[in-house]
Each structure stands twice: as C-alpha cells, then as structure tokens.
Design a binder for this molecule. Structure first.
Ligand code: PLP
Length: 458
C-alpha cells in the first residue's frame, strides 16, 4: 500500500530501521506487523509470513506462547518493576540467578543483568577493566575477538564486533583486536587441510599475544557459532586449540552465547556443543525467548571470585542499568528457561524439539547444498546458512551489485517466508516450536525462491 496514510508510509515517515539496506528494502517494501501465531507473523493487511529467523534469532517459543505471556502478566500484577542497585533486588532476580548458575556449565558463579546483549558485552568489558584497575594493573585492557564476530552495537560491543560497517562510526575503539574468522571453507588456503587451518588459527593467536604482550590482554571473546557473521561454525578443533593457549597466558575465554545459549545448537550451551569450558558466558535473546529485553553476564567461579574481591576492596561496582534484574524480565526468563529446558504446563522441553528436528533440518540443508549455485550449507542444530556462489568449484561469489541474497530473501517475502540475507548467504534460524510440516513449508518456499533468483541472475 503506497498511499500517504498507509501503515507503511507512516512507518517510513517517522521511524528509522536498524541495519536498513535501503535499495533492497525499497524493492521489497516496508512490512508492518500486528501479531503472531506460533512461528508465523501477520501484517496490517492480513498477510501471513512464516518467520524462518524467529524474529532476530530470539522468539524461540513462537509468537503466541500463553505460558510466557501469563508469567509476564502475573509478575506485572505482583511487582511490576524494580532495580538491582544498592543491595536491593526482587525475589524473581534472586531466583533467576540461582537458576542461571544451576543450568550454566559452571559449578558456581554470579550473574549481572543488563537490557540487551550489547550491554552485557559492555558490562563484561567494564568488569575486566575494573579488575585491572582494582588490582593496581590498569594494563590488561585489550580485547581479542574475531573478524565476522558479532557482539552488539554500543560503542564497546561494536568495537568487539568484527564487521567492516564499523568504519562509518570510526570504530573500533583502540585496543580491540580482531583475529581471523575460523571459517575453513572461506579462509582456508589452497591445499591447506582443516587441521592445518585450525593450527594456523592457534599460531595467529600466539603471535598476537606475543606482539601485544599477554599482560595487556583482558579477554578473548567468541561466539561458539558465529551468528550475524553468517552462521559460521568454528573449524574442527578450533576451541580445543585456542583454549589452552589462552589458559597458558592467563587470558579469560568468554563465550558470547547470545544466540547459541539455551538450546539453539541442540546442546544447552554452544560451549558444550563444542566441548570447551569458558570463564564467563554472555546471554540474551533466548534467555527470555524474546518476551522481554534482557541480557546477562554469567561469571564462572574464578572470574566471580576476582570481581567480588575487587568490589570488596572499594566497596562498590560503579555500574548498573535502571532495569538491571527487572522483576518482570526475571519472571519471564524463569518461565523461558522452564519452557526450553525443563518442559512446562504439560509440554515437553522445547530443546527436545530442537534435537528432534535437527536431522531433518540438516538433511534439507544438505539437499539444497547440491544446487549448482550453493557453495556451502553450514550450521549447527537449528541455525543454518546457505552461501550463494557464482562458481561452485572456485567459490567465486556473485558480483555484489546483483544483491543475490537480498533478492532471494525478498522473493521469499513475496511467498510468505521471512528469511535473512547476510553477506551472500541466506540464514535460517527457526523457532524451537516449529513442526515438521512448517519446516517443509520453509524449505519449499526457500527452494522456489533460490531457483527463481538464480534463473534471473545466471
Ligand atoms: N552478541 C551476539 C552473539 C549477538 O548475536 C547479538 C545480537 O544479535 C548481540 C551480542 C547483541 O545483542 P543485542 O542486539 O540484544 O544488543
């Protein structure tokens, strides 16, 4: 609808979108949504879309989960808001921290709450900087992350993010160092085996530590599977290679589990899917199944002891958000964890459905990978990406001006499927409540769009 009073025109007139790729959005048109049912969303004209990305990876319990909404409503009625400052916090916050430590891979630890994943990464970095200062060693300020890693958009978390679009903001800040993306298919050299590639990632890390000085580095932060970088699982043995190097140099390893936490990969945590033990975990998104904005820094035993000792020393951790540990957010998170991990209201845990659907998801991805213009199908659990290529043998990408992945996503939208273009890949990250017929619908619509767009551009 392009009349001046349409919802779409009103949206465009008065709001900015995040991460808008204007030419492709203009081609597709704005979409204004009113409600959802299961994994589907509906727009103001009643058009129905299967959302293959669960919103932004987070609406894992679908868009109309009664138990989630009721948990929020009950807490709004009981105690609708409070902070977690000055030695005060809600009972829900206490219970959530206990639960988070219980379900985390840590034997013990402590939690700090934020409103988002970006703020959780900023909070982590401020904790690390605070530790340096409190121990009389203000060095150890540098943060190591990877190219293509995504850690958020606030000034610090954007500096951790290893994407070229940071250039337009004059970021990263000094001291944020981006290592090579451990994507063997794209970054591996001619004739290099995957084991050799992983070893090279380890050597690079050693070299960077030697160049910068181990005692200037505060932490290494990594997503177990890169999400917004294009769903990139690490090369075989990657974390088994970098973890001992970091340990040898006393550098904490932090897992940014904003996407991978709470079941996305089929394991409770991404670090468990890849069999490594981090020193801290960053959480958000699935933490509340998207029903409340919330993030958390979960510190394992060593880091929480160090932070507690530093706090005791100056009797304060001068940091916190008005809504840190919001009681409604905490009640919603407690419910989300129950729904995903334990099962709730007579329903099986949603993580069981992730595990049950993964073989079908992988089989469908492998089938589409046979297409002459799909260079790689990759993923873990219920997160996956199909990378479009002009030439499969040489892995040559399409000319960027063709906007192949955007055209595929736009064609999907025309057919009632929302999926996300990232670089030249199309990303799928379905809700944990998806059924097999809905998954069939998702792949049928995607395949039709792939065929149509490749016919046009080749
Ligand atoms: N870390 C990871 C791994 C993410 O995927 C995201 C968001 O997509 C963030 C951090 C930032 O979270 P938020 O958008 O809630 O600030």
């Amino acid at each position: 609808d392009d009349s001046p009073n349409s919802w779409e025109a009103r949206a465009d007139a008065h709001s900015f979108y995040g991460f808008t790729d204007l030419p492709s959005i203009a081609e597709r048109g704005t979409v204004v949504l009113t409600h959802g049912e299961g994994p589907y969303v509906f727009d103001v004209h009643g058009r129905k879309f299967l959302d293959a990305n669960s919103g932004l990876w987070n609406m894992v319990a679908g868009f109309d989960h009664k138990g989630m909404a009721e948990a929020a409503k009950a807490q709004y009625d009981r105690f609708p808001g409070y902070h977690a400052f000055f030695g005060r916090m809600s009972d829900q916050t206490v219970m959530l921290s206990e639960k988070l430590i219980d379900v985390s891979p840590f034997e013990r630890g402590k939690v700090f709450y934020t409103n988002s994943g970006s703020e959780a990464n900023d909070t982590l970095v401020k904790m690390l900087w605070f530790l340096g200062g409190a121990e009389g060693k203000p060095e150890r300020r540098k943060i190591l992350t990877r190219k293509n890693g995504y850690h958020g958009v606030t000034a610090v978390s954007a500096s951790m993010t290893g994407k070229p679009y940071n250039d337009v903001f004059g970021l990263p800040l000094p001291g944020f160092i981006h290592l090579t993306c451990p994507h063997y298919w794209r970054e591996g050299r001619d004739g290099e085996s995957e084991a050799e590639f992983t070893a090279r990632m380890g050597s690079e890390l050693e070299e960077v530590i030697a160049r910068e000085g181990a005692d200037t580095i505060a932490a290494f932060v990594a997503e177990p599977v890169m999400g917004a970088g294009g769903v990139i699982p690490p090369s075989e043995g990657y974390f088994q290679t970098v973890a001992p190097i970091l340990k040898k140099h006393g550098i904490p390893l932090v897992a940014d589990e904003v996407i991978t936490g709470f079941g996305r990969t089929g394991s409770d945590w991404g670090c468990q899917a890849y069999d490594f033990m981090p020193d801290a975990i960053i959480s958000s998104k699935n933490l509340t199944a998207g029903y409340f904005p919330m993030g958390a820094v979960i510190l394992g035993p060593e880091m929480s002891d160090r932070l507690q000792a530093a706090v005791d020393e100056i009797e304060e951790f001068p940091h916190g958000f008005t809504a840190s540990g919001h009681p409604v957010g905490c009640a919603v998170a407690l419910k989300a964890i129950e729904v995903i991990m334990d099962g709730s209201d007579g329903a099986a845990p949603l993580i069981d459905n992730v595990r049950a659907l993964t073989p079908k998801f992988e089989a469908e991805m492998a089938r589409l990978a046979q297409h002459p213009h799909i260079g790689e199908a990759r993923g873990k659990g219920l997160m996956g990406a199909l990378e479009a290529v002009k030439d499969k043998a040489t892995k040559t990408p399409f000319d960027g001006s063709l906007s192949v992945s955007e055209r595929i996503a736009n064609t999907c939208t025309d057919h009632g499927l929302i999926c996300r273009p990232l670089g030249q890949a199309v990303v799928l990250c379905p809700a944990f409540i998806m059924t097999e017929p809905q998954m069939d619908e998702m792949f049928q619509k995607l395949e039709a769009a792939l065929n149509r767009v490749f016919e046009d551009v080749v």
